[in-house]
Structure formats: structure tokens, C-alpha cells
Design a protein around this ligand. Structure first.
Ligand code: PXP
Length: 249
């Protein structure tokens, strides 16, 4: 049975839209764990557009499940990860212009750099996963890098038309099988939703699914009525506030 890693970047996205203190992703990680998350995933991006350094520091102290840090293989990020000691690092490609991670890593053309990053992290006791498309050459390069895990990019499957989806699912099934034959352990994620997750969760050997956007979107849907109800109660029945007394007095 696959486990669930919950990506909470979008909580921080809402906070950063106002550059304020709420919503704070740290307590939301606890709520995700209460809901059954087997792990918490955050992506510390070079431009700090959502998750901030303080978030990862606090999450390291408070996450009781597993903390998976997604990051680019840069010197800055490697030194943060080595200091932080997350339960796993997932290396991802990163471009400043992209809205979210767009493709898998090209491990084939960056084998030397990836191998060095993987070894630096693994030598410090941090397991490393490489985020790649379900492609034979990439998976072979992952094995050569010394990484023990891969995360298969499910974006092509998630975005495929209804008629093309079976073919993309077959690529994921083959990719998972191939990775395991190479001795790699397999996670997957990106673009998974309540509608498309089941066939991926059912792939034999799939260990963990990392899901963010769809869960946060659903949380807004199931939580909005209650949030409005609470605000309306305050607007309609304001308590006599000492602050109000000071202003009018
Ligand atoms: N896995 C990786 C490597 C990602 O970069 C992301 C997006 O940050 C996810 C999983 C989660 O994707 P989504 O938000 O579409 O569920």
C-alpha cells in the first residue's frame, strides 16, 4: 500500500501573497499529520516564493512523520540540507520563470553533478531521491548516481487527455518496474488529484505519492463554509472590545 506525502507549499503561497504571518505552514503540517499524512514535503525554492528558511527550521523541529525537502542541487541548498538534516531530500530541476516544477531532472546530462550531490547528502545520512520522468535512460543514470530512490514525474499522466491517459499510466507502471529492477525505491508525484490518483496508487512497488495542490484546493472547499460562518458570527455579534472602548472614550 502506498503512503501519502503532503506537500504544503501552497499554504505558504497564500501567506506570501500578502507577505504576512498567516496561514503558517508549520501548524498546517501538524493538521496534515492528524489527517494521516505519512510525510510532509516542502520545496525551498531559490527565490523563496513560498516556503521560507524559517519554515524548514521549524518544520524540522515539529514534524513527527517524515520531512522531505525538495530542492535544486545548488551549493546554497546543499549546505542548508546538510545543516537541517531532513528525512529525505528530493532533488528537482528549478527554473525561476516556471510556476511549478515543470519537468523531471535530466540526470543523464548532469550525471557528475548529481552523483556528487547525492554522495554529499548520503554521506551525511540523508537519503536522496531524484525526480525524473519514467524514462529508461534517466532511471539508469539515477542508479549510476548512487541515489537509492527516484520520484517518478506523474505530470504527463495527470495532464493527458482521457484517451491518452492509459498510455501514460503504462509508462509509469513500466518506469516503476524498471526502477525496481535497477534496485531503486520508487515514489511519485505531481498533478495527482482526487480523480486520477487511484491507478497510480495501485501500481505495484509504488511506495509514496507526494500530493500538494489538489489537497490544498480541497481543504479550501471543505473549510470555506465554516470559515465564513465564523467570520459572519463576529460581524453580526461583535463583542464589546476594550480596544473599541479606548477609541470611543
Ligand atoms: N513532487 C514534486 C517533485 C513536486 O515538485 C511537486 C510540486 O511541488 C509535487 C510532487 C506535488 O505536486 P502537486 O502540487 O501538483 O500535487
Amino acid at each position: 500500500m502506498a503512503s501519502l506525502g503532503v506537500n504544503i507549499d501552497h499554504i505558504a503561497n497564500v501567506r506570501q501573497a500578502r507577505r504576512t504571518v498567516e496561514p503558517d505552514p508549520v501548524p498546517f503540517a501538524m493538521l496534515a499529520e492528524l489527517g494521516g499524512a505519512d510525510g510532509i514535503t516542502v520545496h525551498l525554492r531559490e527565490d523563496r516564493r513560498h516556503i521560507q528558511d524559517r519554515d524548514v527550521t521549524l518544520l524540522r523541529e515539529t514534524v513527527r512523520s517524515r520531512l522531505n525537502l525538495e530542492m535544486a542541487a545548488t551549493e546554497e541548498m546543499l549546505s542548508i540540507a546538510l545543516k537541517l538534516g531532513p528525512d529525505m531530500v528530493t532533488l528537482v530541476p528549478e527554473r525561476r520563470e516556471e510556476v511549478t516544477t515543470e519537468g523531471g531532472l535530466d540526470v543523464v546530462s548532469q550525471l557528475e553533478k548529481m552523483t556528487s550531490s547525492v554522495h554529499r547528502l548520503q554521506d551525511a545520512g540523508i537519503p536522496v531521491s531524484l525526480f525524473v520522468d519514467p524514462d529508461e535512460r534517466q532511471l539508469q543514470a539515477c542508479q549510476r548516481s548512487g541515489a537509492r530512490w527516484v520520484e517518478l514525474h506523474t505530470g504527463a499522466y495527470a495532464e493527458a487527455s482521457w484517451s491518452a491517459q492509459p498510455q501514460e499510466l503504462a509508462r509509469l507502471i513500466e518506469g516503476c518496474c524498471m526502477a525496481r529492477q535497477l534496485g531503486l525505491r520508487v515514489n511519485s508525484g505531481h498533478g495527482l488529484t482526487y480523480q486520477n490518483v487511484e491507478p497510480v496508487a495501485a501500481i505495484e512497488g509504488m511506495e509514496e505519492l507526494n500530493i500538494g495542490h489538489s489537497i490544498v484546493a480541497r481543504a479550501l472547499a471543505v473549510g470555506l463554509q465554516q470559515a465564513v460562518r465564523e467570520m459572519k458570527a463576529l460581524v453580526q455579534n461583535p463583542r464589546l472590545d476594550p480596544l473599541f472602548g479606548q477609541v470611543s472614550g
